[in-house]
Design a protein. Structure first.
Length: 80
């Protein structure tokens, strides 16, 4: 018979102890490194992450969702 049926009939037994579960270790924080941008490299040679870092260095916040061509255009407009 099922355990529920046994409980209805008054047959009670001590429940089995729950297994001990150890806590998982806390994950290490993810640190995103900012790429080092050389002043001598041209804008066309940089990737989008490097363009964003270059813009931040010069006080411009770029949106990486835009194309690389658009990011370069924005940087050139601001530098003029």
């Amino acid at each position: 018979m099922s355990r529920f049926g046994d409980l209805l009939k008054g047959k009670s037994e001590a429940p089995a102890p729950a297994p001990k579960v150890e806590a998982a270790p806390a994950p290490e924080p993810v640190v995103e490194e900012t790429p080092v941008v050389e002043e001598t490299s041209s804008l066309e040679e940089m990737d989008k992450v490097e363009l964003e870092a270059y813009g931040r260095k010069h006080g411009v916040e770029l949106d990486r969702r835009h194309s690389k061509k658009k990011l370069i255009q924005e940087l050139k407009e601001i530098s003029e």
